[in-house]
Design a protein around this ligand. Structure first.
Ligand code: MF3
Ligand code: CO
Length: 259
């Protein structure tokens, strides 16, 4: 069952998504060499609760934390720990918030200090993949159109697309129908309708697409141990142009000031 949202529900989701993005913006000034991923998690939890939200991932399928913090070859679902960030790391911070009963979900991959140009390019292209996918999220197109656009852009740069994890519908629940793969064929999959809310989240590997899950039951790593990037927006399907509910501009404002 796919839940089409009302405009009132979409406004509530916008508030949840904005709190996610404000959490990312707050974390942007804290990410540096030496900081532990668990410290970032504590900051995020405190910030979300101070702003009236509930961490959306905490206790979801027994997930133990507020953030998924995935460094370098960790694709997604990295559990915050005493690991200290190092110069040259990339760190994807996936964050969810529940506010007024609705979920917001977004992920941004940050650079720690000086990152090698080959890996910087991976981040740039993965973010572009996200926006290529969002361009397809209009009434009458399909989830296959989104996946095909993401896949084409990633593979044209020699990168590979993770298959086992996908984007998703989102609303009162973090994961609703439909699934939104980052690969596929144009015209296939589920037909998109105005006011569907979905999370589009390409996970793109520098090397091969294969992944494995660690014994902790969460951490997903690339099989070849090469880096992986992840960007995610929660969006609304519209008739002309998708509406993006999360907001990278407030994150990038902070990052650009640091330069
Ligand atoms: N953005 C991820 C997703 O949509 C985060 C889920 S992590 C979990 O699937 F811990 F909540 F499962
Ligand atoms: Co998601």
């Amino acid at each position: 069952m796919i839940f089409i949202k009302t405009e009132e529900e979409i406004e509530l989701m916008r508030q949840s998504c904005l709190l996610v993005s404000r959490t990312h913006a707050m974390l942007a000034s804290e990410i540096r060499e030496g900081v532990t991923t668990l410290f970032l998690d504590k900051l995020a939890e405190e910030f979300i609760r101070d702003n009236g939200g509930i961490p959306g991932f905490l206790n979801y399928n027994s997930y133990p934390n507020t953030l998924c913090v995935s460094v370098n070859d960790i694709v997604v679902h990295g559990i915050p720990s005493n690991y200290q960030l190092r110069n040259g790391d990339i760190v994807s911070i996936d964050c969810g918030v529940i506010l007024n009963g609705f979920n917001g979900d977004s992920c941004y991959t940050f650079e720690v200090g000086e990152v090698n140009p080959e890996i910087k390019a991976l981040l740039k292209v993965t973010k572009e993949c996200l926006y290529k996918g969002i361009e397809q999220a209009v009434t009458g197109k399909t989830t296959g159109d989104i996946g095909a656009a993401v896949q084409k852009h990633a593979e044209s740069h020699g990168y590979s697309v993770v298959r086992e994890l996908v984007g998703h519908g989102i609303g009162r629940r973090l994961h609703e129908e439909p699934e939104v793969p980052n690969y596929g064929k144009p015209g296939k999959g589920v037909k998109l309708k105005e006011r569907m809310t979905i999370a589009i989240e390409p996970m793109i590997n520098l090397g091969l697409r294969e992944i494995f899950q660690e014994k902790d039951g969460w951490t997903i790593r690339t099989f070849d141990r090469k880096p992986s990037a992840h960007f995610e927006h929660t969006i609304v399907v519209r008739n002309e142009k998708a509406e993006i509910l999360s907001d990278f501009s407030i994150i990038e404002e902070i990052l650009n000031k640091q330069k």
